[in-house]
Design a protein around this ligand. Sequence first.
Ligand SMILES: [Zn+2]
Ligand SMILES: [Zn+2]
Length: 186
Amino acid sequence: MFRIHIGSITEQGLDLDQREDAASLPLLSEVAGEAEVIFNHPIHARIHARLSGKTVLIDGRAESKVRLPCSRCLEPFDINIDTNFSGTAVPEIPAMDDAAAVDDIELAAKDMEVIVYSGDYIDLGDEIAQQIIMSLPFKPLCRDACKGLCSRCGADLNQTACRCQPQDEGGPFAVLKTRRFPKRPK
Ligand SMILES: [Zn+2]
Ligand SMILES: [Zn+2]
């Protein structure tokens, strides 16, 4: 579990270096079930936390590897994930007469991710999982030059040249590109 023990945050802050199985983050398992994404590498997170009253300011970096299908050829391949995250953790039930705490929350809600904590620990699992999910590419490509699948026969054109290949040259107007027209007299 990626979590911060609040009592361990000193004046200098607290630095954590943690490695967890992706399976320990329920959000990732959910996404893996819905999309064809496999989280088969541990998540490495470096986290820095510092206190501002009862509010905890957090930033960090998460790295991992994820396997997903290429959007062109559908072959699964691994991509590196390297993403930064930041957030503000506030206690679950702030005393409403604690004006400073309320101010902190309003400030935090404006421009940062707010994490609500109770007790002695802040759980960063969901936060880190969300960042990883958001950093996944919309159109993953196994390589820039991936040729994809033939739209006619479905062959993987990275592996083989199918017989329906020269379709680009075969279009009805292709001949016009090479044909020379006689110049008309002005
Ligand atoms: Zn591909
Ligand atoms: Zn083909």
